[in-house]
Ligand binder design. Structure first.
Ligand code: OAD
Length: 236
């Protein structure tokens, strides 16, 4: 049976594809008030501002390409049962060719009804005031905002709980519940954390099998993937 790898990715995964992270210097939350553009209250207060914020993100995404890190992860699928669990709302894992991707925080290339949550549509252009679902309600970005529930969390917990190996890539581990996922890993699972500026709290530091790789995703992920593919079937 193939070993199970859970890959937890954050904004740093896509930084080398030209998409800004949130909390780095110059990141998205430096130029925008997070509660104005990423909360139900912000939407109620100024819908046009929120639409424009995500329209800009969508336009950037359409021009972006997967980087060497995204592409390297697809190679793991040759020998392992791999699930990507991403906080990212981009589709760069899918475009690189990853087959199992769970989006915890939604997807930029989808729009959904503000009134009927199950009406979700593929969407690659701007979402405008007046774009309606088939039942007449305004469309909004298909993004999980602060204060909203994370519907894919249970499935993500199930995957991490049975993982033999967990890779954490490019996340500041600040936003819960996503940041808590890594603690569901079985005690014997190896955890690799690839990030040029990893945030290691006491709980994470106590995991005996934690290996920190202070590199960017574009550099660190291909190196780790290469090593995992070469050593698989041995001790892992
Ligand atoms: P953050 O912006 O909080 O953290 C980005 C992480 O990426 C940091 O730890 C950086 O050191 C790291 N990083 C930067 N460049 C990198 C590179 N080239 N390679 C690898 N790592 C790099 O982003 P997230 O942790 O993803 O949610 O943020 C989590 C959530 O907060 C987002 O999903 C978003 C945001 O608010 C919502 O909007 C709902």
């Amino acid at each position: 049976m193939k070993k199970i790898i859970a890959v937890l990715t954050g904004a740093g995964m896509s930084a080398e594809s030209g998409l800004s992270t949130f909390r780095d210097a110059g990141g998205l939350w430096e130029g925008h008030d997070v509660m104005q553009v990423a909360s139900p209250e912000g939407w109620a207060d100024d819908m046009d501002l929120v639409l424009e914020f995500y329209n800009q993100r969508r336009r950037q995404l359409i021009k972006a390409q997967p980087n060497a890190g995204h592409i390297a992860l697809t190679q793991l699928e040759e020998l392992f049962d791999v699930t990507i669990i991403t906080q990212n709302v981009d589709d760069l894992h899918e475009r690189a060719g990853c087959r199992h991707v769970i989006h915890l925080h939604g997807e930029l290339l989808k729009a959904r009804s503000t009134r009927y949550a199950d009406l979700v549509y593929p969407w690659s252009k701007d979402i405008l005031r007046g774009n309606l679902c088939e039942r007449g309600a305004q469309l909004r970005p298909h993004i999980v905002w602060f204060g909203e529930s994370v519907p894919m969390m249970d499935e993500a917990v199930r995957v991490v709980s049975k993982a033999d190996l967990v890779l954490v890539i490019g996340t500041s581990m600040q936003v819960y519940p996503a940041a808590g996922l890594v603690y569901y890993a079985p005690p014997e699972a190896d955890i690799y954390y690839i990030d040029p500026r990893p945030q290691i709290n006491t709980e994470l530091a106590m995991r005996l099998n934690l290996k920190v790789i202070r590199k960017t995703a574009g550099e660190g992920v291909p190196q780790l993937v290469d090593s995992l593919l070469r050593h698989t079937g041995l001790e892992m």
